[in-house]
Design a protein around this ligand. Structure first.
Ligand SMILES: NC(=O)c1ccc[n+]([C@@H]2O[C@H](COP(=O)([O-])OP(=O)(O)OC[C@H]3O[C@@H](n4cnc5c(N)ncnc54)[C@H](O)[C@@H]3O)[C@@H](O)[C@H]2O)c1
Ligand SMILES: [Zn+2]
Length: 781
């Protein structure tokens, strides 16, 4: 094996670094983490030092940033914008201080010390106190003119305060994105399915280099000043720290964390102090900057190729690192939300070992296209959970598969269901899922549900953690002894063991009260009970509506989801989630246990008579969301087929005979061929038959004032939905139809009624406006 060839390695490093710089500075889309870039750069510096013949002016070690992209006009900096030498260890800082002491022949020099915010360096030019031009650093000599974008950053003054400003003033500083704004922006993007920002530095650089200033204006950018460039027509103070105060007086934000520090000890103390507070700062910092404070000393020290000798960036451990994604797991939260979680080969990030990171949601996994085995960049900043920000390109195994959300909850095995129209997946085992247990019990006991006074969050925690309760049903088997024992264990764990007679009495009173509250909750109303079950999307008013329409838990728990849509205010999403809840055997088992435990619903009654008119086949077919089957077609079918089950084995030509166009008929046939659909339709048919038997017969003596009349509703009503009006009219004996014909008894025309109203007028059919409808309904209440 031949020894590694330094010239080849140097060439390879330069290629890699140039490529990375281009992506980082020009595309604002870094491929590798900064820490890796820094390591490569150090390796190159080492090789160039050992082999001076390999060094060259075009090496990345000699250059600042990258040339402008050409998308903006270029700006030549009157005074170049340089980079900073950097240090990763205390020893390197000691060398820096020592070099300065030797060159200046003085000990314990004074430094201005500042946080190093991670954003984008810019230069702002003011003429006669007005902001005239702003530019990026670019390659240090030439930057990009981003004046229009900078004008949208509120922290940048457009005119200077006071009047003692120089005729020309260049201010240098960093545009950055504060963490709060960054997180808010990303949360919104994730909820809307948009593209989140990889990190705040990327957010700042990408936002500022937008071609449309309106986009920049919408991004939460901030600015702080840390230096001056060209100054004409005035003297600056003799030190950097005094200049910062001057800048603040002129109206520029200057970091409140800036200090003055003396000698090596002062620098390191400052570094430690901010380092400890790094996670709590409102912005990302990647280190601190030490600058010799007096300008005379700065001038004497001068520059090396790309950085001043009088300044140093002392870096903190990097907040982004690359590692391998070993697996994607799914975490179920307290409310049942499923979050994909990355298991990683452990890696140090920001000084902490990280082996897990969030992937937020299934959409995010798809957007990043992260796959098991990929090399990924993980980011940990502040007290936020570490997250995967991107996949490192070009390192994927050829057989890596795209990831998919599992179909069942990894904790309880219930179905995982996607919220309609949302990015969230949930476990539908609300009552049995151990992950959701505490939330379920707290909700069940809450005041507007079963109202168990005294069962607060803390006791729910203890009951579950110590194993006294695994589901809401277990509450009804708790004994006084159980509660006393639990309280003892809780006190012991908290280190408070007041073993006195008085404490014993207090505990006994507490336990007795809680038992009494649990007993008292046994008799409840159906609405409270349904609300207490904690079905996703079922709030108090939906629970009330369900109770009012269906009357009895025994009925509700057996209904297939489409029938829940018969309740006027329940839409598809809610109907689905109620159906999914009752489809889980585990949830049903807990309901059985509650009944066995003596929970009694005091207001059970037959289904509402309003339901009678709402159980037609046409409505059901519409609710089933069968492709191509419009309401009109559904009504045609319902006119021929008496009930749902008759559709099940009907050959397609019978659908055509019923008046369906060929494509609709075959879409229906295809839908019915799916066993799950056929099963659902059959269940719906049976449920309708059962409901019809349960609904009390209308009083035989009064056959309903609208008996024998057909009504067509059209347009929009103000006081109620059309569905609601329809079911109320049907409760009074009317039959409803979807289109106007000679057989129509009367038409209810709301706001913006169209062709149906015209047809009714043409046929001379009786027309009711909303006022007449309301008057009629009022009279027959
Ligand atoms: N990931 C990648 O692919 C990639 C590629 C290129 C560069 N980088 C990263 O970019 C950085 C190198 O860029 P650099 O040459 O600008 O060096 P630098 O960012 O380490 O230091 C110089 C910059 O610090 C900033 N700064 C912040 N606070 C300051 C203060 N108080 N006083 C003075 N300056 C302050 C200024 O923008 C200045 O231009 C490294 O962190 C490197 O990892 C990453
Ligand atoms: Zn679950």
């Amino acid at each position: 094996m031949s020894a590694p060839d330094p010239a080849a390695r140097v060439a390879e490093l330069r290629r890699q670094l140039d490529d990375a710089s281009y992506r980082y500075y020009v595309l604002d889309d870094a491929a590798i983490p900064d820490a890796e870039y820094d390591a490569l750069l150090r390796e190159l510096e080492g090789l160039e030092a050992a082999h001076p013949e390999l060094a060259g002016a075009d090496s990345p070690t000699q250059r600042v940033g990258a040339p402008p992209s050409g998308a903006f006009a270029s700006v030549t900096h009157a005074i170049p914008m340089l980079s900073l030498g950097n240090a990763f260890s205390d020893d390197e800082v000691a060398d820096f201080v020592q070099r300065i002491e030797q060159r200046l022949e003085r000990s314990d020099p004074v430094f201005s010390v500042e946080p190093k915010l991670d954003g984008l360096a810019i230069s702002l030019r003011y003429e006669d106190g007005r902001f005239v031009q702003g530019a990026t650093r670019g390659d240090g000599a030439t930057g990009e003119d981003v004046t229009a974008n900078l004008r949208t950053v509120k922290a940048i003054p457009l005119a200077l305060r006071r009047t003692d400003w120089p005729a020309v003033l260049e201010v240098r500083g960093e545009v950055y994105m504060p963490l709060a704004g960054f997180h808010r922006y990303n949360e919104r993007m994730r909820a809307e399915g948009g593209k989140p920002l990889a990190n705040p530095r990327n957010g700042a650089a990408g936002s500022l280099r937008q071609l449309d200033p309106r986009i920049t204006a919408r991004r939460p950018l901030a600015f702080y000043a840390y230096a001056v460039g060209l100054v004409e027509g005035a003297e600056l103070p003799p030190t950097h720290s005094a200049t910062l105060r001057q800048l603040r007086d002129w109206g520029f934000p200057v970091s409140a964390e800036s200090r003055v520090a003396t000698g090596l000890a002062g620098l390191l103390a400052y570094y430690r102090d901010i380092g400890e507070r790094r996670d709590r700062l409102a912005f990302d910092i990647d280190g601190v900057v030490y600058k010799l404070d007096d300008y005379a000393g700065q001038l004497e020290l001068g520059f090396v190729s790309r950085a001043p000798r009088w300044a140093l960036a002392h870096k903190f451990p990097a907040q982004e690192q690359s590692t391998v994604l070993e697996a994607i797991e799914v975490n179920i939260g307290r409310t049942g939300a499923a979050t994909p979680l990355a298991r990683l080969t452990p890696v140090q990030v920001g000084g902490v070992e990280v082996s897990r990171a969030t992937l937020h949601n299934a959409d995010q996994v798809a957007r990043l296209d992260v796959r098991v085995g990929d090399t990924v960049i993980v980011r940990r900043a502040g007290d936020v959970i570490p997250e995967i920000v991107r996949v490192v390109p070009g390192m994927r195994a050829p057989d890596a598969q795209p990831w998919q959300m599992p179909t069942v909850c990894p904790v309880c095995g219930s179905d995982l269901v996607r919220e309609e129209g949302g990015v969230v997946w949930r476990c539908s085992g609300e009552l049995i899922c151990p992950a959701q247990r505490k939330e379920a019990i707290e909700h069940f006991a809450s005041r507007r549900a079963m109202d168990i006074d005294g069962l607060g969050e803390r006791y729910v925690e203890d009951l579950v953690d110590f194993g006294y309760v695994t589901s809401v049903a277990d509450l009804y088997t708790l004994s006084l002894d159980d509660l006393l024992e639990m309280k003892c264990r809780g006190d012991e764990r908290d280190g408070t063991t007041p073993d006195t007679v008085r404490a014993g009495k207090v505990a006994t009173r507490w336990a007795e009260n809680l038992i009494a509250a649990i007993q008292g909750s046994r008799r409840t109303t159906l609405a409270r009970y349904l609300f207490g079950l904690g079905i996703q999307h079922v709030g108090e008013s939906t629970a009330k509506a369900l109770a009012e329409w269906f009357g009895d838990l025994a009925v509700i728990r057996r209904l297939p989801w489409p029938l829940f849509k018969r309740v006027p205010d329940i839409g598809s999403e809610v109907a689905h989630s109620i159906g999914q809840f009752f489809d889980q055997a585990g949830n049903q088992k807990v309901i059985d246990e509650l009944l066995a435990g003596g929970v009694e619903i005091t207001d059970a009654r037959p289904p509402s008579a309003q339901l009678r008119g709402a159980l037609g086949l046409a409505d059901l077919l519409v609710d089933l969301e069968i492709p191509k089957l419009t309401r009109l077609r559904a009504e045609q079918l319902a006119g021929v087929f008496a009930e749902a089950s008759a559709l099940l084995d009907a050959p397609v030509h019978r659908f055509i005979a019923a008046g369906l166009p060929n494509d609709t008929a075959s879409a229906l046939e295809t839908w019915l061929e799916d066993a799950e659909n056929a099963g659902l339709l059959a269940r719906c048919g049976e449920a309708i038959a059962t409901l019809e038997k349960l609904i009390p017969e209308a009083d035989a003596t009064s056959a309903g004032p609208l008996e024998g009349r057909t009504v067509v509703l059209t347009g929009t009503l103000a006081a109620m939905t059309r569905d609601e009006a329809k079911s109320r009219l049907e409760a009074l004996g009317a039959k409803s139809a979807g289109s106007v014909s000679k057989k129509t008894g009367f038409v209810v025309a709301g706001e913006a009624a169209g062709s149906k109203l015209a047809k009714a007028e043409e046929l001379g059919i009786e027309i009711w406006d909303e006022a007449k409808l309301l008057a009629f309904l009022g009279k027959h209440e």
